[in-house]
Design a protein around this ligand. Structure first.
Ligand code: 7TS
Length: 467
Protein backbone atom coordinates (compact mmCIF):
# COMPACT_ATOMS: atom_id res chain seq x y z
CA UNK A 1 0.00 0.00 0.00
CA UNK A 2 1.36 3.38 -0.84
CA UNK A 3 0.42 6.39 1.21
CA UNK A 4 -1.62 9.03 -0.54
CA UNK A 5 -0.77 12.69 -0.10
CA UNK A 6 -3.48 13.50 2.50
CA UNK A 7 -2.33 10.55 4.61
CA UNK A 8 1.26 11.72 4.33
CA UNK A 9 0.22 15.15 5.50
CA UNK A 10 -1.65 13.67 8.45
CA UNK A 11 1.32 11.50 9.39
CA UNK A 12 3.62 14.50 9.11
CA UNK A 13 1.55 16.35 11.65
CA UNK A 14 1.41 13.40 13.98
CA UNK A 15 5.16 12.86 13.97
CA UNK A 16 6.35 16.42 13.71
CA UNK A 17 9.35 17.05 15.92
CA UNK A 18 9.39 20.46 17.43
CA UNK A 19 11.21 22.93 15.25
CA UNK A 20 9.57 26.16 14.21
CA UNK A 21 10.47 25.90 10.56
CA UNK A 22 10.95 22.25 9.50
CA UNK A 23 13.17 21.29 6.58
CA UNK A 24 11.49 20.58 3.31
CA UNK A 25 13.27 17.44 2.08
CA UNK A 26 12.01 17.95 -1.49
CA UNK A 27 13.40 21.50 -1.61
CA UNK A 28 16.72 20.31 -0.18
CA UNK A 29 16.81 17.53 -2.75
CA UNK A 30 16.80 20.17 -5.50
CA UNK A 31 20.27 21.26 -4.27
CA UNK A 32 21.79 17.86 -5.11
CA UNK A 33 22.57 17.31 -8.82
CA UNK A 34 22.93 13.53 -8.52
CA UNK A 35 19.35 13.29 -7.28
CA UNK A 36 17.99 15.45 -10.08
CA UNK A 37 19.35 13.74 -13.13
CA UNK A 38 16.81 12.96 -15.81
CA UNK A 39 15.67 9.41 -15.05
CA UNK A 40 16.90 6.70 -17.35
CA UNK A 41 14.00 5.61 -19.50
CA UNK A 42 11.72 3.21 -17.71
CA UNK A 43 13.31 3.90 -14.29
CA UNK A 44 11.68 6.02 -11.61
CA UNK A 45 13.80 8.80 -10.03
CA UNK A 46 16.58 7.68 -7.71
CA UNK A 47 15.77 7.23 -4.02
CA UNK A 48 19.14 7.33 -2.29
CA UNK A 49 19.12 5.56 1.07
CA UNK A 50 22.82 4.94 1.60
CA UNK A 51 24.01 8.21 3.12
CA UNK A 52 25.59 6.41 6.08
CA UNK A 53 28.16 5.11 3.59
CA UNK A 54 28.65 8.50 1.92
CA UNK A 55 26.27 11.39 1.43
CA UNK A 56 25.49 13.07 -1.85
CA UNK A 57 27.00 16.51 -2.48
CA UNK A 58 25.09 19.73 -3.05
CA UNK A 59 25.91 21.89 -6.07
CA UNK A 60 27.63 24.50 -3.88
CA UNK A 61 30.20 21.92 -2.78
CA UNK A 62 30.81 20.66 -6.32
CA UNK A 63 31.14 24.30 -7.46
CA UNK A 64 33.65 25.01 -4.69
CA UNK A 65 35.82 22.16 -5.93
CA UNK A 66 35.59 23.32 -9.52
CA UNK A 67 36.35 26.85 -8.40
CA UNK A 68 39.45 25.73 -6.55
CA UNK A 69 40.83 23.75 -9.48
CA UNK A 70 39.82 26.41 -12.00
CA UNK A 71 40.99 29.53 -10.18
CA UNK A 72 43.56 28.94 -7.46
CA UNK A 73 44.93 25.42 -7.45
CA UNK A 74 48.38 25.46 -5.85
CA UNK A 75 50.23 23.70 -3.08
CA UNK A 76 50.02 25.42 0.27
CA UNK A 77 52.30 26.67 3.04
CA UNK A 78 55.26 26.99 0.68
CA UNK A 79 54.64 29.27 -2.29
CA UNK A 80 55.23 33.00 -1.99
CA UNK A 81 53.20 33.60 -5.12
CA UNK A 82 49.62 34.78 -5.05
CA UNK A 83 47.89 31.53 -6.04
CA UNK A 84 49.56 29.61 -3.24
CA UNK A 85 48.79 32.36 -0.77
CA UNK A 86 45.09 32.26 -1.66
CA UNK A 87 45.00 28.47 -1.43
CA UNK A 88 46.79 28.57 1.94
CA UNK A 89 44.49 31.24 3.30
CA UNK A 90 41.35 29.34 2.27
CA UNK A 91 42.67 26.05 3.57
CA UNK A 92 43.32 27.61 6.98
CA UNK A 93 39.97 29.40 6.86
CA UNK A 94 38.36 25.98 6.25
CA UNK A 95 40.00 24.71 9.42
CA UNK A 96 38.44 27.59 11.36
CA UNK A 97 35.02 26.87 9.88
CA UNK A 98 35.23 23.22 10.86
CA UNK A 99 36.46 24.14 14.36
CA UNK A 100 33.52 26.50 14.86
CA UNK A 101 31.10 23.83 13.65
CA UNK A 102 32.11 21.49 16.49
CA UNK A 103 32.83 24.34 18.93
CA UNK A 104 36.53 23.54 19.34
CA UNK A 105 38.47 26.03 21.44
CA UNK A 106 40.98 26.57 18.66
CA UNK A 107 41.34 25.69 14.98
CA UNK A 108 44.69 24.16 15.94
CA UNK A 109 42.74 21.33 17.55
CA UNK A 110 41.40 20.25 14.12
CA UNK A 111 43.64 18.13 11.93
CA UNK A 112 42.68 17.44 8.34
CA UNK A 113 42.90 13.76 7.46
CA UNK A 114 41.44 11.66 4.66
CA UNK A 115 38.69 9.94 6.59
CA UNK A 116 37.57 8.72 10.03
CA UNK A 117 39.65 5.59 9.58
CA UNK A 118 42.82 7.61 9.20
CA UNK A 119 41.89 9.83 12.16
CA UNK A 120 41.48 6.83 14.48
CA UNK A 121 44.66 5.17 13.21
CA UNK A 122 46.49 8.43 13.90
CA UNK A 123 45.39 8.38 17.53
CA UNK A 124 46.02 4.65 17.90
CA UNK A 125 49.54 4.81 16.47
CA UNK A 126 50.60 8.13 17.96
CA UNK A 127 48.79 8.46 21.31
CA UNK A 128 48.44 4.68 21.71
CA UNK A 129 52.07 3.71 21.23
CA UNK A 130 53.21 6.58 23.45
CA UNK A 131 50.77 5.90 26.29
CA UNK A 132 49.80 2.23 26.38
CA UNK A 133 51.80 -0.28 28.41
CA UNK A 134 51.49 -4.07 28.73
CA UNK A 135 48.29 -4.94 30.58
CA UNK A 136 46.64 -1.53 30.03
CA UNK A 137 42.98 -1.75 29.12
CA UNK A 138 41.33 -0.25 26.03
CA UNK A 139 37.52 -0.31 26.21
CA UNK A 140 35.47 -0.39 23.02
CA UNK A 141 32.02 -1.80 22.29
CA UNK A 142 30.72 -4.75 20.29
CA UNK A 143 28.93 -2.26 18.05
CA UNK A 144 31.95 -0.43 16.65
CA UNK A 145 32.70 0.00 12.98
CA UNK A 146 35.86 -1.95 12.13
CA UNK A 147 37.60 1.44 11.86
CA UNK A 148 37.24 1.86 15.60
CA UNK A 149 38.22 -1.70 16.40
CA UNK A 150 41.02 -2.90 14.15
CA UNK A 151 43.36 0.07 14.86
CA UNK A 152 43.08 -0.76 18.58
CA UNK A 153 43.75 -4.43 17.92
CA UNK A 154 46.90 -3.43 16.05
CA UNK A 155 48.13 -1.12 18.79
CA UNK A 156 47.22 -3.64 21.48
CA UNK A 157 49.32 -6.25 19.69
CA UNK A 158 52.21 -3.77 19.50
CA UNK A 159 52.07 -2.59 23.11
CA UNK A 160 50.70 -5.54 25.07
CA UNK A 161 47.54 -3.62 25.98
CA UNK A 162 44.26 -5.52 26.42
CA UNK A 163 40.90 -4.91 24.75
CA UNK A 164 37.43 -5.26 26.27
CA UNK A 165 34.10 -4.54 24.61
CA UNK A 166 30.90 -3.23 26.11
CA UNK A 167 28.06 -5.64 25.36
CA UNK A 168 24.74 -4.59 23.93
CA UNK A 169 21.15 -5.08 25.00
CA UNK A 170 18.49 -6.96 23.07
CA UNK A 171 17.16 -3.77 21.52
CA UNK A 172 20.53 -2.66 20.23
CA UNK A 173 21.65 -0.22 22.92
CA UNK A 174 24.85 -0.36 24.91
CA UNK A 175 24.66 -2.33 28.14
CA UNK A 176 25.49 0.54 30.49
CA UNK A 177 25.84 -1.74 33.51
CA UNK A 178 28.54 -3.62 31.66
CA UNK A 179 30.15 -0.28 30.77
CA UNK A 180 30.31 0.53 34.48
CA UNK A 181 31.80 -2.87 35.29
CA UNK A 182 34.55 -2.25 32.76
CA UNK A 183 35.19 1.21 34.22
CA UNK A 184 36.08 -0.42 37.54
CA UNK A 185 39.12 -1.84 35.74
CA UNK A 186 40.32 1.73 35.17
CA UNK A 187 40.92 1.62 31.41
CA UNK A 188 43.50 3.88 29.81
CA UNK A 189 41.25 4.57 26.83
CA UNK A 190 37.54 4.42 26.03
CA UNK A 191 36.83 4.51 22.28
CA UNK A 192 33.25 4.41 21.09
CA UNK A 193 30.96 5.67 18.36
CA UNK A 194 28.40 8.33 19.15
CA UNK A 195 25.97 6.67 16.73
CA UNK A 196 26.02 3.08 15.48
CA UNK A 197 26.34 2.90 11.69
CA UNK A 198 24.51 -0.44 11.56
CA UNK A 199 21.67 0.10 14.03
CA UNK A 200 21.50 3.88 14.28
CA UNK A 201 21.54 3.75 18.07
CA UNK A 202 22.50 7.08 19.61
CA UNK A 203 24.65 6.39 22.64
CA UNK A 204 24.63 8.67 25.69
CA UNK A 205 28.24 9.64 25.04
CA UNK A 206 28.36 12.75 27.18
CA UNK A 207 27.46 10.68 30.22
CA UNK A 208 29.84 7.87 29.21
CA UNK A 209 32.71 10.29 28.65
CA UNK A 210 32.15 11.68 32.17
CA UNK A 211 32.17 8.16 33.65
CA UNK A 212 35.36 7.33 31.71
CA UNK A 213 37.07 10.53 32.84
CA UNK A 214 36.08 9.77 36.42
CA UNK A 215 38.38 6.72 36.34
CA UNK A 216 41.15 8.55 34.49
CA UNK A 217 40.54 7.25 30.96
CA UNK A 218 41.20 9.20 27.77
CA UNK A 219 38.19 9.21 25.44
CA UNK A 220 37.83 8.96 21.69
CA UNK A 221 34.47 9.43 20.02
CA UNK A 222 33.91 8.08 16.52
CA UNK A 223 31.61 10.79 15.17
CA UNK A 224 31.34 9.45 11.61
CA UNK A 225 27.59 8.90 12.00
CA UNK A 226 26.85 11.71 14.44
CA UNK A 227 28.58 14.91 13.30
CA UNK A 228 26.70 14.93 9.95
CA UNK A 229 23.37 14.65 11.76
CA UNK A 230 23.56 16.05 15.28
CA UNK A 231 24.72 19.39 16.56
CA UNK A 232 28.12 18.47 18.01
CA UNK A 233 29.85 20.48 20.70
CA UNK A 234 33.21 19.04 21.72
CA UNK A 235 33.44 21.36 24.73
CA UNK A 236 30.08 20.23 26.01
CA UNK A 237 30.84 16.55 25.34
CA UNK A 238 34.34 17.01 26.79
CA UNK A 239 35.70 14.21 24.59
CA UNK A 240 39.47 14.09 24.23
CA UNK A 241 39.35 13.07 20.56
CA UNK A 242 36.59 13.17 17.95
CA UNK A 243 36.92 11.69 14.47
CA UNK A 244 34.51 12.35 11.61
CA UNK A 245 34.27 12.01 7.84
CA UNK A 246 33.67 15.01 5.57
CA UNK A 247 32.23 12.83 2.81
CA UNK A 248 29.32 11.73 5.02
CA UNK A 249 28.29 15.35 5.63
CA UNK A 250 27.93 16.71 2.09
CA UNK A 251 31.68 17.25 1.67
CA UNK A 252 33.98 15.69 -0.91
CA UNK A 253 35.81 12.44 -0.36
CA UNK A 254 39.30 13.19 0.86
CA UNK A 255 38.95 15.75 3.65
CA UNK A 256 37.89 14.70 7.13
CA UNK A 257 38.77 15.78 10.64
CA UNK A 258 40.46 14.60 13.78
CA UNK A 259 39.69 16.87 16.70
CA UNK A 260 41.93 16.52 19.73
CA UNK A 261 42.42 18.57 22.88
CA UNK A 262 45.44 20.77 22.30
CA UNK A 263 47.45 19.56 25.29
CA UNK A 264 47.06 15.94 24.16
CA UNK A 265 47.99 16.71 20.56
CA UNK A 266 51.00 18.74 21.68
CA UNK A 267 52.28 15.83 23.74
CA UNK A 268 51.83 13.21 21.01
CA UNK A 269 54.61 12.11 18.64
CA UNK A 270 54.02 12.43 14.87
CA UNK A 271 52.06 9.76 13.04
CA UNK A 272 53.56 10.17 9.56
CA UNK A 273 56.93 11.76 8.86
CA UNK A 274 57.87 13.88 5.86
CA UNK A 275 57.37 17.34 4.44
CA UNK A 276 55.32 20.01 6.20
CA UNK A 277 55.38 18.38 9.63
CA UNK A 278 58.91 19.38 10.65
CA UNK A 279 60.52 22.36 12.32
CA UNK A 280 64.15 21.48 11.61
CA UNK A 281 65.68 18.48 9.89
CA UNK A 282 69.26 17.27 10.37
CA UNK A 283 70.66 14.11 8.89
CA UNK A 284 70.65 12.47 12.28
CA UNK A 285 67.33 13.72 13.63
CA UNK A 286 64.49 16.22 13.31
CA UNK A 287 62.16 18.36 15.38
CA UNK A 288 58.48 18.80 14.75
CA UNK A 289 56.21 21.62 13.71
CA UNK A 290 53.46 22.70 16.07
CA UNK A 291 49.99 21.19 15.74
CA UNK A 292 48.15 20.88 13.47
CA UNK A 293 51.06 20.83 10.96
CA UNK A 294 52.80 18.11 13.02
CA UNK A 295 50.03 15.72 11.94
CA UNK A 296 49.64 16.85 8.34
CA UNK A 297 52.67 15.39 6.61
CA UNK A 298 52.86 15.84 2.85
CA UNK A 299 50.49 17.66 0.53
CA UNK A 300 46.97 17.70 1.95
CA UNK A 301 43.69 17.54 0.02
CA UNK A 302 43.52 21.34 -0.22
CA UNK A 303 40.50 21.68 -2.50
CA UNK A 304 38.62 19.00 -0.58
CA UNK A 305 39.21 20.78 2.75
CA UNK A 306 38.01 24.07 1.29
CA UNK A 307 34.92 22.36 -0.15
CA UNK A 308 34.31 20.64 3.21
CA UNK A 309 34.05 24.10 4.77
CA UNK A 310 31.43 24.94 2.12
CA UNK A 311 29.56 21.75 3.08
CA UNK A 312 29.68 22.83 6.71
CA UNK A 313 28.30 26.21 5.67
CA UNK A 314 25.54 24.44 3.77
CA UNK A 315 24.57 22.35 6.81
CA UNK A 316 24.78 25.43 9.03
CA UNK A 317 22.45 27.18 6.62
CA UNK A 318 19.93 24.36 6.93
CA UNK A 319 20.45 24.42 10.70
CA UNK A 320 21.58 21.28 12.51
CA UNK A 321 18.51 21.32 14.73
CA UNK A 322 16.32 21.19 11.67
CA UNK A 323 18.51 18.49 10.10
CA UNK A 324 18.05 16.35 13.21
CA UNK A 325 14.31 17.03 13.44
CA UNK A 326 13.86 16.19 9.76
CA UNK A 327 15.64 12.87 10.17
CA UNK A 328 13.55 12.10 13.26
CA UNK A 329 10.41 12.62 11.24
CA UNK A 330 11.54 10.47 8.32
CA UNK A 331 12.84 7.68 10.56
CA UNK A 332 9.72 7.70 12.71
CA UNK A 333 7.66 7.30 9.59
CA UNK A 334 9.97 4.57 8.24
CA UNK A 335 9.79 2.61 11.52
CA UNK A 336 6.03 2.75 11.38
CA UNK A 337 5.60 1.91 7.71
CA UNK A 338 8.15 -0.92 7.70
CA UNK A 339 5.94 -2.76 10.16
CA UNK A 340 3.33 -3.07 7.41
CA UNK A 341 5.63 -5.21 5.32
CA UNK A 342 5.20 -8.90 5.78
CA UNK A 343 8.10 -10.61 7.54
CA UNK A 344 10.11 -7.45 8.13
CA UNK A 345 12.15 -7.58 11.29
CA UNK A 346 13.69 -4.34 12.50
CA UNK A 347 16.97 -4.23 14.35
CA UNK A 348 17.87 -1.56 16.87
CA UNK A 349 15.87 0.70 19.17
CA UNK A 350 12.18 0.90 18.42
CA UNK A 351 11.77 4.62 18.91
CA UNK A 352 13.15 7.36 16.68
CA UNK A 353 14.33 9.27 19.77
CA UNK A 354 17.00 6.68 20.52
CA UNK A 355 18.26 6.40 16.98
CA UNK A 356 19.59 8.40 14.08
CA UNK A 357 18.61 8.15 10.43
CA UNK A 358 19.72 4.52 10.08
CA UNK A 359 17.29 1.60 9.86
CA UNK A 360 18.55 -1.97 9.58
CA UNK A 361 16.14 -4.79 8.89
CA UNK A 362 15.63 -8.28 7.57
CA UNK A 363 12.86 -9.53 5.30
CA UNK A 364 12.14 -13.05 6.47
CA UNK A 365 15.08 -15.22 5.56
CA UNK A 366 15.69 -13.53 2.22
CA UNK A 367 19.34 -12.64 1.90
CA UNK A 368 19.93 -8.88 2.25
CA UNK A 369 21.82 -8.83 -1.06
CA UNK A 370 18.70 -10.13 -2.80
CA UNK A 371 16.56 -7.54 -1.00
CA UNK A 372 18.91 -4.76 -2.10
CA UNK A 373 19.05 -6.07 -5.68
CA UNK A 374 15.25 -6.08 -6.00
CA UNK A 375 15.02 -2.61 -4.43
CA UNK A 376 17.60 -1.43 -6.96
CA UNK A 377 15.32 -2.60 -9.78
CA UNK A 378 12.95 0.10 -8.51
CA UNK A 379 15.89 2.57 -8.27
CA UNK A 380 15.92 2.51 -4.47
CA UNK A 381 19.56 2.40 -3.30
CA UNK A 382 20.15 0.69 0.06
CA UNK A 383 23.13 -1.12 1.50
CA UNK A 384 23.27 -4.81 2.29
CA UNK A 385 25.99 -6.58 4.20
CA UNK A 386 27.73 -6.48 7.55
CA UNK A 387 28.38 -2.73 7.28
CA UNK A 388 31.93 -3.22 8.61
CA UNK A 389 30.52 -4.38 11.94
CA UNK A 390 31.03 -8.14 11.87
CA UNK A 391 31.12 -8.54 15.68
CA UNK A 392 27.79 -6.69 15.89
CA UNK A 393 26.27 -8.96 13.23
CA UNK A 394 27.45 -11.94 15.26
CA UNK A 395 25.89 -10.51 18.41
CA UNK A 396 22.63 -10.12 16.51
CA UNK A 397 22.93 -13.65 15.20
CA UNK A 398 22.77 -12.64 11.55
CA UNK A 399 25.30 -12.57 8.75
CA UNK A 400 24.12 -9.31 7.29
CA UNK A 401 21.28 -6.80 7.28
CA UNK A 402 19.63 -4.56 4.75
CA UNK A 403 20.16 -0.95 5.77
CA UNK A 404 18.34 2.21 4.73
CA UNK A 405 20.00 5.41 5.88
CA UNK A 406 18.39 8.81 5.56
CA UNK A 407 19.69 12.33 5.27
CA UNK A 408 18.59 15.88 4.60
CA UNK A 409 17.35 15.23 1.06
CA UNK A 410 15.13 12.25 1.90
CA UNK A 411 11.38 12.60 2.10
CA UNK A 412 8.44 10.62 3.40
CA UNK A 413 7.76 9.71 -0.22
CA UNK A 414 11.19 8.04 -0.31
CA UNK A 415 10.04 5.86 2.59
CA UNK A 416 6.91 4.98 0.57
CA UNK A 417 9.10 3.94 -2.36
CA UNK A 418 11.17 1.76 -0.01
CA UNK A 419 8.05 0.12 1.38
CA UNK A 420 6.61 -0.46 -2.10
CA UNK A 421 9.91 -2.06 -3.08
CA UNK A 422 9.84 -4.35 -0.05
CA UNK A 423 6.33 -5.51 -0.89
CA UNK A 424 7.77 -6.41 -4.28
CA UNK A 425 10.64 -8.28 -2.60
CA UNK A 426 8.05 -10.37 -0.79
CA UNK A 427 6.06 -10.98 -3.97
CA UNK A 428 9.16 -12.09 -5.87
CA UNK A 429 11.09 -13.94 -3.18
CA UNK A 430 8.87 -14.28 -0.14
CA UNK A 431 9.22 -17.60 1.60
CA UNK A 432 12.15 -18.59 -0.55
CA UNK A 433 15.63 -19.20 0.64
CA UNK A 434 18.31 -17.02 -0.78
CA UNK A 435 20.98 -18.42 -3.04
CA UNK A 436 23.18 -15.35 -2.73
CA UNK A 437 26.60 -15.83 -1.19
CA UNK A 438 26.92 -14.77 2.39
CA UNK A 439 28.11 -11.24 2.94
CA UNK A 440 29.77 -12.12 6.19
CA UNK A 441 30.25 -15.54 7.70
CA UNK A 442 28.39 -18.43 6.23
CA UNK A 443 30.69 -20.79 8.09
CA UNK A 444 29.23 -20.03 11.49
CA UNK A 445 25.93 -21.40 12.74
CA UNK A 446 23.80 -18.31 13.22
CA UNK A 447 21.37 -18.47 16.06
CA UNK A 448 19.23 -15.43 16.31
CA UNK A 449 19.41 -13.92 19.75
CA UNK A 450 17.12 -11.15 18.78
CA UNK A 451 13.96 -10.27 20.57
CA UNK A 452 11.63 -7.51 19.72
CA UNK A 453 11.66 -5.05 22.57
CA UNK A 454 8.04 -4.11 22.01
CA UNK A 455 6.88 -7.66 22.56
CA UNK A 456 6.05 -8.12 18.90
CA UNK A 457 8.16 -11.27 19.13
CA UNK A 458 9.04 -11.76 15.53
CA UNK A 459 12.21 -13.67 16.20
CA UNK A 460 13.75 -15.69 13.42
CA UNK A 461 14.26 -19.16 14.83
CA UNK A 462 17.24 -19.50 12.63
CA UNK A 463 18.94 -17.07 10.33
CA UNK A 464 19.44 -18.46 6.85
CA UNK A 465 22.33 -20.71 6.27
CA UNK A 466 23.19 -18.85 3.12
CA UNK A 467 26.10 -19.48 0.86
N1 7TS B 1 33.06 4.84 11.90
C1 7TS B 1 31.77 4.75 11.62
C2 7TS B 1 30.76 4.78 12.74
C3 7TS B 1 31.35 4.64 10.30
O1 7TS B 1 30.06 4.55 10.03
C4 7TS B 1 32.32 4.61 9.26
C5 7TS B 1 31.94 4.40 7.83
C6 7TS B 1 33.65 4.76 9.61
C7 7TS B 1 34.00 4.86 10.94
C8 7TS B 1 34.73 4.82 8.58
O2 7TS B 1 34.61 5.99 7.84
P1 7TS B 1 35.58 6.28 6.64
O3 7TS B 1 35.22 7.64 6.15
O4 7TS B 1 36.95 6.19 7.16
O5 7TS B 1 35.30 5.21 5.63
N2 7TS B 1 30.74 3.73 7.66
C9 7TS B 1 30.31 3.17 6.51
C10 7TS B 1 29.08 2.52 6.46
O6 7TS B 1 28.31 2.40 7.39
N3 7TS B 1 28.93 2.03 5.19
O7 7TS B 1 29.99 2.36 4.47
C11 7TS B 1 30.88 3.06 5.27
Amino acid sequence: MSVTMPEVAATRGQHAHAVADPLDGAAVRADFPVLNQPPVEGRPPLVFLDSAASSQKPAVVIDALTDYYTRYNANIHRGVYELSEIATERYEAARKTVARFINARSARECIFVRNTTEAINLVAQSWGRANLRPGDLIVGTVMEHHSNLVPWQLVAAATGARLAHVRMTADGRLDLDHFDVLMTEEPKLVALAHVSNSLGTVHPVKELIARAHAVGATTLIDGAQSVPHLQTDVRDLDCDFLAFSGHKMCGPMGASVLYGKKALLDAMPPFLGGGSMIRKVELDGSTWADVPAKFEAGTPAVGDAIALAVAVGYLDGLGMERVWAHEREVVDYALERLREVEDVMLFGPRTAEARSGVVSFAVGDIHPHDVAAILDEGNVAVRAGHHCTQPLMRALGVVATTRASFYVYNTLEDVDRLVDGLHRVNRVLGGKRSVAPSAARADEPCRAQWEQADGGAKVPAEVPDVG
